[in-house]
Design a protein around this ligand. Sequence first.
Ligand SMILES: [Zn+2]
Length: 264
Amino acid sequence: MLFIGLLVSLYIAYGAFQRQALTAGGAIWAVVVGTTLFGLGGGVPGLALVAFFLSSTALSRHRQAEKERRTGDLVEKGGQRDAYQVLANGGPAALFALLYGLSGQPAFYVGALSALAAATADTWATEIGLLSKSPPRHLLTFQEVPAGTSGAVSESGLWATLAGALFIGFLTALEPSEGALGRALVVTLGGLLGGTADSVIGAFLQEQRQCLSCGQATEQKRHACGGETLVIAGLPGCDNDAVNALATAWGGTAAAILWALLAR
Ligand SMILES: [Zn+2]
């Protein structure tokens, strides 16, 4: 299974690199994450990873120019995912698959699937929320803020969170086994918890930067205008990728604990 996982991961990561969906570093880590998930988790976690990646890539390219216009130079990165983004989204799931491979505990298996559901829910929410007709509201102030602001939610973004979690949750039900429906529900719940945690952590912990040159608020370390930026609020170093990793890990952990409790 490890070897099949390696082949499938190499094939997809190379294709994604050629189509500029992944940077070279992103593609290398995608192979590591994919091989671990496929090799130690099996076909369904592997399939969930592929479903996450293909749906996220398609969504981020959907009306991409319009979304880039809407966020301006507020956020750091475009459509091409780098090593940090791959690890933030796929790393927790791969760790759960590794724990599952070492221990054989089904809760870790559910954790891996739920971490992927959380990554999917969050990515769908971001990509669809950016196209929301009404501007998002910040979770701390409830004020309307520009599209793309971390820690803000929009109505369409919340529906997308639910849809992304359900998508992966019910994909796992394709594997016929006892308790498959219950597992699908727990994975969906883990996805929802992780997807919403992303906005909450983004609102309370994520570093906020301001350009020293033009004064604009941004997530960029060096502003598009060329100016240096400085952390003015939040936890320094807690950037978008760190928030993503925390939220994804939380979605997987919550679902794994719930599954372990239910199985008693
Ligand atoms: Zn600037």
